[in-house]
Design a protein. Structure first.
Length: 135
């Protein structure tokens, strides 16, 4: 490595994988250039939320990674059509779920207060809720 000061983990891993003879043959300018390139590439690894877990499943190990934060890369990745469709479907499902939860909450509040919007028409959720409570 170039000096005794502490390097970011990505640079430490880079030099650990680099052949020692090649590392010694590099000039200080080359090392500085490589280190700045490695840091620029790994800028995306600083996330506000960084959850990395592995778990066994049927005799094999799998991993789950959840990252959330600002994208600091200068060049953005090309998004695939499939990922765009999946993200759109996921957002649509989430919006529908939240909308249904809000409508159900408003309906339950309306029913608890005894407000009848349409005379002689009831969905029956409030009666079902009360029947569960009485058992």
């Amino acid at each position: 490595m170039t000096s005794s000061h502490k390097h970011p983990p990505a640079i430490e891993r880079f030099y650990a994988e680099l052949d020692p003879q090649i590392s010694q043959a590099l000039t200080p300018e080359q090392k500085a250039g490589i280190e700045s390139a490695v840091v620029a590439i790994t800028l995306g690894s600083k996330h506000r939320v960084d959850i990395r877990r592995s778990f066994p499943f049927f005799g094999k190990r799998f991993y789950l990674v959840f990252l959330f934060g600002r994208d600091l890369r200068q060049r953005h990745r090309q998004e695939s059509t499939l990922s765009t469709i999946l993200l759109t479907c996921l957002l649509l499902i989430a919006v529908l779920f939240v909308t249904c939860c809000i409508l159900l909450t408003l309906y339950m509040i309306k029913s608890a207060l005894g407000i009848d919007v349409f005379q002689h028409f009831h969905v029956g959720i409030w009666d079902w809720w009360l029947s569960l409570k009485n058992h």
